[in-house]
Design a protein around this ligand. Structure first.
Ligand SMILES: NC(=O)c1ccc[n+]([C@@H]2O[C@H](COP(=O)([O-])OP(=O)(O)OC[C@H]3O[C@@H](n4cnc5c(N)ncnc54)[C@H](OP(=O)(O)O)[C@@H]3O)[C@@H](O)[C@H]2O)c1
Length: 243
């Protein structure tokens, strides 16, 4: 199947990490669908992209954080584009430093788990059946090092949510060991941001986008955890499609 026939859904594609992935997939020739709860974020995404790429971008306001919302988004994507060949899931939020656990409420923990874990599950449940039995399909989940350690004091709830996402990825690999589609996790052990906000410990979202888009395009590995801990790792992933 040529790249121009491939249709990628980028869950969280209007966000910092997702927008880099969307741009790179469009540059490679994919059709790309992005769902966001906020229409203004979708407008911002369009303005970020060169006009030459915008024709293959398909945006949709929706909430994939519930089973009903995710199913409605899936049906809307299928109605517009007819099929989905690849899914990249990078739902969540960029940062959390609301304080140590004894200062937090149950509602706040619920919000963190909703955004990082439960939406990753509900969207996976709706979109995975579209690609799982397709040998030329893929499902890629983006995770981060926050799931394994506090990035700073006061980020414990980020760690809880991100750890849930790491565990969910492991469960998928072990529960579905022999599916035809490529099922991978890209774990980014660095902060990711836009070029104007780069600082120590951060990497450009465009470099992350190139690495993830290359993994999706080349389809060289499955059931892998591709851990990127440096810009050099991202470069290798971009060139080789694996680490
Ligand atoms: N940023 C980093 O430094 C970094 C580093 C390593 C790993 N990561 C991974 O990348 C993920 C995303 O980070 P980011 O910096 O790109 O965050 P972000 O800029 O806040 O983007 C997250 C995106 O997820 C979307 N989203 C969340 N819940 C949704 C829902 N229920 N329905 C539809 N869309 C939903 C948001 O869309 P709307 O709010 O517009 O609906 C937003 O576009 C993190 O959770 C983490 O797993 C990030």
């Amino acid at each position: 199947m040529s790249v121009s026939e491939r249709v990628a859904v980028v869950l969280g594609g209007a966000g910092t990490v997702g927008s880099g992935i969307v741009k790179s997939l469009l540059e490679k020739g994919f059709q790309v669908a992005v769902i966001s709860r906020d229409g203004s974020r979708l407008e911002k995404l369009k303005h970020f992209l060169p006009a030459s790429l915008q024709g293959r971008l398909h945006t949709l306001v929706g909430d994939v954080g519930s089973e009903e919302g995710a199913e409605a988004a899936r049906e809307a994507v299928l109605k517009t584009l007819g099929k989905v060949t690849d899914v990249v899931s990078c739902l969540g939020f960029s940062w959390w430093q609301e304080g140590p656990p004894h200062t937090q409420s149950r509602e706040e923990l619920q919000r963190v788990l909703d955004t990082l874990l439960l939406s990753t599950f509900t969207s996976w449940k709706a979109f995975f059946p579209l690609v799982r039995d397709d040998p030329s399909g893929s499902y890629t989940l983006i995770t981060g090092g926050a799931g394994e350690r506090l990035l700073l004091p006061g980020t414990g709830f980020l760690t809880l949510g991100a750890a849930g996402a790491l565990a969910f990825c492991r469960v998928l690999r072990e529960e579905y060991p022999e599916i035809p589609c490529k099922l991978n996790e890209v774990k980014i052990n660095m902060g990711v941001t836009t070029p104007e906000h780069l600082g120590p410990g951060y990497v450009n979202h465009l470099e992350v986008g190139e690495a993830v888009a290359s993994l999706v395009e080349k389809r060289r590995v499955s059931h892998a955890v591709l851990t990127a801990s440096s810009p050099a790792d991202l470069k290798t992933l971009t060139v080789e499609g694996k680490l």
